[in-house]
Design a protein around this ligand. Structure first.
Ligand code: GDP
Ligand code: MG
Length: 372
């Protein structure tokens, strides 16, 4: 990429060169107006001056993305958006059954045919309001998303089987929700079973710091049978109340960005990715970058397999058109220009290759040291 000097960066950032020279000096680097800056220096300077960097300027696009996402939103453009809910819990405690029951009860007949479609995220209508559910394929994916700073969920429903109790993955779910700082609603499931003991679940969850409201805590516990549907409407009502307290909003009127929920290589269609739009509106034809993958959105389908042209905040969509399979948990950004998208992805690929080359040369040095 093109070399940028202190003087040029100062101009681009509308700062005085001396401010940048002073900052670099404090960081232990001597510089002049003609000093060529490293990528790292540019990142540091931009972070220090807290500027919304013009995309052409900066070399590290990941940082720009972060900065763009941290930019104060224009309050007047914020519109309320559907909550994004993740159902978590120990294996076999009934997550899939619960999600199926919710979908079946809240999908209109005409759409029913598409219910077998699996895209890892679903949107349903509850009392005329949309709610997005994420079907966590595994906690690894969720951990990966969090590790990359992707905050996708607004509420976590933790499913605990009343005949089994708190198990290792229940604890993990609690940890995830706590780390993400999102409210928890507990669904004590399988209450139709003879051995069901909801009180035991409440006390075991309390030991994890998840105290029921009726015991003076602030978490709502609901008793359900995901299989029979008992208590599910009450669970959903509770969930909507919790969502209302969060006043969830996003600006739909800008370039789309969000997170990859899952992705795979389809023999016929090529790379297929399920995206959760979190900001802006994604449209067919948009140019998208995810990590080192990029492309134009050739086709978008919703969770019922129907083709759609626009996807607003909190909407999950499956897209085709990327040149390679992205990682689940990666952030995507859309751009007006295809050329721009290709450039950004190409630049990232260069950086990645360079990184790999550096780490492999470090290894060979180590190997060398061992041999000596
Ligand atoms: P997951 O691993 O958490 O997704 O669990 P599943 O939804 O696959 O459920 C595991 C098993 O528990 C399946 O055989 C379900 O039919 C059963 N199951 C789920 N919910 C209930 C329930 O409310 N009552 C009863 N009796 N069985 C349930
Ligand atoms: Mg399941």
């Amino acid at each position: 990429s093109d070399a940028i000097t202190v003087g040029q960066l100062a101009q681009l950032l509308h700062k005085n060169s001396s401010e940048i020279i002073k900052f670099l000096f404090m960081m232990g680097n001597m510089s002049t107006i003609n000093t060529v800056l490293s990528d790292e220096d540019i990142e540091l300077i931009c972070m220090n001056f807290n500027v919304e960097v013009h995309k052409e300027v900066v070399v590290d696009e990941d940082d720009i993305e972060e900065q763009l996402q941290n930019v104060e939103e224009d309050e007047s453009k914020l519109v309320s958006r559907p909550p994004v809910v993740t159902i978590m819990g120990h294996v076999d405690h009934g997550k899939t059954t619960l999600l199926d029951t919710i979908r079946k009860a809240n999908v209109t007949e005409g759409e029913f045919g598409g219910i077998t479609q699996h895209i890892g995220a679903y949107q349903v209508s509850l009392k005329g309001r949309k709610v997005t559910f994420l079907d966590t394929p595994g906690h690894e994916a969720f951990t990966a998303m969090r590790a990359r700073g992707a905050e996708v969920t607004d509420i976590v429903i933790i499913v605990v089987a009343a005949d089994d109790g708190v198990m290792p993955q229940t604890k993990e779910a609690v940890d995830h929700a706590k780390a993400a700082g999102v409210p928890i609603v507990v669904a004590v499931n399988k209450i139709d079973k003879p051995g069901a003991n909801p009180d035991r679940i409440m006390s075991e969850m309390s030991e994890l710091g998840i105290m029921p409201e009726e015991w003076g805590g602030d978490t709502i516990f609901t008793q359900v049978s995901a299989k029979k549907g008992t208590g599910v409407p009450e669970l959903l009502e509770t969930m909507l109340l919790v969502a209302d307290m969060q006043e969830l909003k996003a600006n739909p009127d800008t370039n789309a960005s969000g997170t990859v929920i899952e992705a795979k290589l389809d023999k016929g269609r090529g790379p297929v990715a399920t995206l959760l739009v979190q900001r802006g509106t994604l449209q067919t034809g948009d140019s998208v970058v995810v990590g080192t993958s990029y492309g134009r959105v050739r086709k978008m389908t919703n969770d019922r397999g129907m083709e759609i042209k626009h996807a607003e905040p909190s909407c999950p969509v499956e897209i085709i058109g990327l040149n390679e399979v992205p990682r689940a948990g990666d952030v995507f950004m859309s751009y007006d220009s295809y050329k721009k998208a290709a450039e950004i992805a190409g630049h990232r690929l260069d950086k990645q290759i360079e990184k790999e080359r550096n780490s492999s040369s470090a290894m060979s040095l180590e190997d060398l040291a061992k041999k000596i």
